[in-house]
Design a protein around this ligand. Structure first.
Ligand SMILES: Nc1nc2c(ncn2[C@@H]2O[C@H](COP(=O)(O)OP(=O)(O)OP(=O)(O)O)[C@@H](O)[C@H]2O)c(=O)[nH]1
Ligand SMILES: [Mg+2]
Length: 327
């Protein structure tokens, strides 16, 4: 008699209770582990991750320093579970928030099984890239893939020239020109990355996409829309807090959120003439939330001033910007 369960019904309603699936379900060469996307701001780390996950989980914008927290994005396939760690861009911090962001990114490096050192190959390396390379060199045992992103923006000869300049910044297992936007080499890079992961089980249930709550993702999507729509100095001074998140019985999700600015003048800009800007942010955020939650969303947005919140340790904590724990 075979000991194999005949037909494993993955959709059965046997309560999993968050437990891991039976090891028999996984092939013997199943791989798993943490893959950290590390780089200076604005190189396309979050864009790449969203593309691999096939959902818009991470806030993305043309403005640097979009990502503020460490965020997990979990990709489960029959042969592997990749736990991507999106990190804030490493930069020279000028506020407590900035310090928190850089510290968060640094801490992700030694904990990773694979590092994706992401750069913008359309430009030659800058001092910021050198600094990131230095941080990564601090974890010499972790394999590093040099991801030469935004290759769609330049001619192949220029890409090759810049590639050589990036490659000398450190020791890399492999380097690959990609375009997170066009998709060029995106799948190839994913396969390379998985091949570098150690054999291991699934750490998360197969349907889990992130370690964050929906309300956190909601706050990020609202902040992203505001970042996209607002100009100049305002974006960095914004924070979003979801005050209420309720799923109604008819499936509608009710979300009440506050956008915080640092100054009265910024509050005025966020609201706009006759409230037009806030309405637009609200409408676009609602559409993004509906796509993400696959539900009808009722979104209520408020704007408040919280003077110099980026230097306010207590408020940063309330926003969820906690200094990472020592391990
Ligand atoms: N042309 C082009 N643009 C890209 C590519 N990847 C990302 N971008 C754009 O670059 C900008 C920054 O992308 P993000 O994904 O927010 O960059 P990030 O590295 O996560 O930035 P931080 O969170 O600030 O560290 C966005 O406007 C993206 O649309 C690419 O392959 N080609
Ligand atoms: Mg990002």
């Amino acid at each position: 008699m075979s000991t194999e369960p005949p037909d494993i019904d993955r959709t059965s309603d046997v309560p999993h209770g968050g437990a891991l699936p039976f090891p028999e379900e996984l092939p013997p060469d199943h791989r798993s582990g943490f893959v950290a996307l590390v780089g200076k701001p604005n190189v396309g780390k979050s864009t790449l991750l969203n593309a691999w996950l096939g959902v818009k989980l991470m806030a993305v914008s043309p403005k640097p320093q979009t990502t503020r927290n460490r965020l997990l994005g979990i990709l489960t396939r029959p042969d592997a579970q990749i736990i991507f760690v999106d990190t804030p861009g490493i930069h020279l911090p000028r506020t407590r928030l900035g310090e928190y962001m850089v510290e968060t990114a640094r801490r992700a490096v030694p904990d990773a099984d694979v590092i994706l050192f992401t750069v913008d190959v359309s430009e030659p390396p800058s001092r910021a890239d050198q600094e990131v390379a230095r941080v990564i060199a601090g974890a010499p045992d972790v394999p590093v893939v040099l991801v030469l992103n935004k290759v769609d923006l330049i001619a192949p000869e220029v890409a090759e020239e810049h590639r050589a300049a990036y490659e000398v910044l450190g020791t890399y297992t492999v380097s690959m020109p990609v375009s997170a936007l066009s998709g060029y080499n995106r799948d190839a890079l994913l396969e390379e990355t998985i091949a570098l992961l150690p054999p291991g089980p699934r750490y998360y249930p197969e349907d889990q996409l992130t370690d964050q709550q929906e309300r956190f993702v909601a706050a990020e999507l609202i902040r992203e829309r505001a970042l996209e729509l607002l100009q100049q100095e305002v974006p960095h001074a914004l924070a979003v807090m979801v005050e209420e998140y309720k799923e109604r019985e008819n499936g509608t999700v009710f979300i009440a959120a506050t956008i915080f600015t640092e100054r009265d003048s910024q509050k005025g800009i966020v609201i706009g003439r006759d409230g037009a800007m806030l309405k637009r942010i609200g409408r676009e955020a609602r559409l993004a939330l509906e796509a993400f939650l696959e539900a009808k969303v009722y979104l209520e947005l408020w704007v408040k001033v919280r003077k110099n919140w980026r230097r306010d340790e207590r408020f940063l904590r309330q926003l969820g910007y906690e200094p990472p724990q020592e391990r």
